[in-house]
Write a protein that binds this ligand. Structure first.
Ligand SMILES: [Zn+2]
Length: 240
């Protein structure tokens, strides 16, 4: 099947569903990892250089599991729910023809996360519409939409779980490609990635993945909720 994961920022997919994407890839599904923003919002520095670094990091992470990497090129903090941006999402869905979409929950903390979620829910419906002006054919399939973890798991009660214990090392390797997320300055040539036990990524996923694993009777798990709406409910298991 075709899996389309859409995260607002460079490391979101790895943090919240990287293990699940690894498991999809491992069983032979085609995975597209889309990062909506291009990274120029946070670190100080030359915008073109930051964008190039973040793009290279996203591509390196996708390579760990053999996924495709796509960036929509919207500035961080500059993502709006407007017709041109919704069009980008519709075209992405039509082009990649997903059987499932994974994205942020709508109530998440960051405006880019919230807006990404809302854009996905609208675009997935518009992507079916026959008369919508587009470079691509309508994607008629009724695509289920899964919401991955909210930041820090806050107010997020999963209803479906994926055991990511067998791909835990891959999840960590994917995350570790996003070196610039941990750098105090993007221009620090002497930056050495902190040891796993001492870096923020490791602590974050160990605690969250371990907690979800506790609920699912495995060592590490990722939790999901489903968008309950007409045309989005299916009777078969979609997650790996
Ligand atoms: Zn984010």
């Amino acid at each position: 099947m075709n899996v389309l994961a859409i995260g607002a920022h460079g490391d979101d997919l790895e943090l919240f569903c990287g293990g699940t994407l690894a498991r999809y890839a491992q069983r032979g599904d085609h995975v597209t990892m889309c990062v909506v923003t291009d990274g120029r919002g946070r670190p100080k520095g030359d915008e073109a250089e930051i964008i190039a670094i973040r793009k290279a990091e996203a591509e390196a992470s996708a390579r760990v599991i053999g996924a495709d990497s796509v960036m929509l090129g919207v500035p961080d903090g500059g993502l709006w729910f407007d017709p041109p941006t919704r069009h980008l999402f519709v075209e992405l869905i039509r082009r990649t023809m997903p059987d499932v979409i994974i994205t942020h929950p709508e109530h998440d903390y960051h405006p880019d996360h919230k807006t990404t979620s809302r854009l996905v829910m609208d675009a997935v419906q518009i992507a079916r519409t026959a008369n919508y002006p587009s470079e691509y054919a309508p994607h008629r399939k009724l695509v289920p939409v899964a919401f991955m973890e909210a930041e820090c798991g806050i107010d997020f009660n999963p209803e479906d779980y994926v055991d990511v214990t067998p791909v835990w090392e891959q999840k960590l390797q994917m995350l570790e490609q996003h070196r610039s997320q941990l750098m105090p300055s993007i221009y620090d040539p002497n930056f050495v990635m902190p040891k796993r036990e001492e870096n923020g990524f490791y602590h974050y996923v160990y605690v969250l993945g371990g907690f979800r694993g506790l609920a699912a009777n495995v060592k590490f798990a990722e939790g999901f909720r489903w968008w309950r709406a007409a045309s989005r409910i299916v009777t078969y298991r979609v997650l790996p």
